[in-house]
Design a protein around this ligand. Structure first.
Ligand code: TRP
Length: 366
């Protein structure tokens, strides 16, 4: 009930602490306010990017680029915790890179790289793994879920996955990490690892805060609105891909599962309509009250068509830009190579510090 009320009144996005907590005071002297806060996030290029990924994460990433130093990555190393066909991994990575550019990640404003291009991630992950307790990793619900789902491939990487994620974040001294609710536990672990490490060796890592957005945090399946929208759903009508054609988007929304009340309002037990209202609010910027007013006296058919149209229109320019980027491989190669080099420079500073603190003898020039 509380969750429902909170959602209805559109509570502020919650941070484990607020993003403004460390924000400089307005009249502080210039020298102390220069450094923008650092945002880090990553997404796995493991298949089709859905409307859920877009509204829950990507759209939010775009808006942060002006105010923060944003560092975004395609977490391709994470994807091989589940067996991938090499050709598929390659294609999915290319497509995800183009799609994120098309969504509005601007390589002039943000660092946008491919994780496997930057060797410091795997290097720091080893050191952190030696500072992470087996029992802590065993408690991770994602590990339990994924090992149950792939019982024939419960590999060590699946187990240490959150350690690599912690390395991704801590290498860049990130202040904030925008993630979906499903990553909250991994974020808590990251903070614990960093705090423990700092406790032993002195202040090496910035302790990052998770940032979980207020809207679109969880887009549900169109066919079973009690389940998260997932690209791996067997029912093709359950999820919308960002690159779906407008007519497919319309069809899927028209078939979306709702309830028998036939009144467009946010309410308990109305998971289907709540989900459609959430999606509509995200793409149009309207509040729930406005939506209820606009559709008062209208049936679900009208509302579903309106949501379908709004989503199709919102995604149209993204699909067009995506097609252009996919034709321009040279440009993408230039972007990711440049970003990888910069990311290496930044992350290697943290890695060198870590290596020194732990007691490894330093090479002459590194
Ligand atoms: N584990 C994240 C996911 O599946 C992806 C990820 C990898 C990530 N490294 C990260 C997210 C670092 C945030 C920060 O969604």
């Amino acid at each position: 009930m509380f969750a429902l009320l909170a959602r209805f009144f559109e509570m502020e996005a919650y941070f484990m602490t607020t993003p403004e907590k460390n924000e400089p005071e307005k009249n502080e002297p210039a020298s102390t306010v220069e450094r923008k806060k650092v945002i880090f996030s990553a997404i796995q290029p493991s298949g089709t990017i859905t409307l859920g990924n877009y509204l829950g994460a990507l759209k939010n990433w775009i808006g942060l680029q002006d105010k923060y130093d944003c560092i975004y990555a395609l977490a391709d190393l994470h994807t091989i915790t589940v067996r991938q066909k090499p050709a598929d991994l390659r294609r999915h990575t290319l497509e995800a890179y183009a799609l994120l550019l098309a969504c509005g990640i601007d390589p002039k404003k943000s660092l946008f790289f491919i994780q496997s291009h930057v060797p410091t991630h795997a290097q720091l992950a080893w050191v952190l793994a030696c500072h992470t307790q087996f029992g802590d990793l065993q408690r991770m619900t994602q590990f339990k879920d994924k090992s149950a789902k792939h019982p024939d491939n419960v590999n060590a990487g699946l187990f240490t996955y959150p350690v690599l994620m912690a390395a991704d974040i801590l290498l860049y001294q990130a202040d904030f990490v925008p993630v979906g609710v499903d990553q909250k536990q991994h974020m808590e672990l990251t903070r614990n690892i960093a705090e423990r490490f700092n406790g032993i060796y002195g202040n090496v890592f910035t302790i990052p805060d998770a940032y979980i957005p207020k809207e679109g945090a969880k887009i549900m399946s169109l066919q079973d609105p009690t389940k998260k929208m997932s690209k791996s759903d067997e029912n093709v009508n359950a999820s919308i891909a960002v690159l779906d054609k407008p007519e497919d988007i319309m069809r899927k929304f028209k078939r979306a599962v709702t309830d028998s009340e036939s009144c467009v309002r946010y309410g308990e037990g109305k998971d289907g309509i709540n989900n459609l209202m959430g999606i509509y609010a995200c793409v149009t910027g309207e509040t729930y009250e406005q939506i209820e007013k606009d559709f008062a006296g209208k049936g679900y058919g009208d509302f579903k068509s309106a949501v379908g149209e709004a989503v199709a229109e919102h995604l149209r320019p993204i699909r067009e830009r995506y097609t252009d980027y996919m034709k321009n491989r040279d440009y993408m190669e230039h972007c990711w190579s440049d970003a990888a080099q910069k990311a290496y420079g930044i992350s290697n500073r943290t890695l060198r510090k870590v290596m020194k603190k732990v007691g490894f003898v330093q090479p002459k020039c590194s």
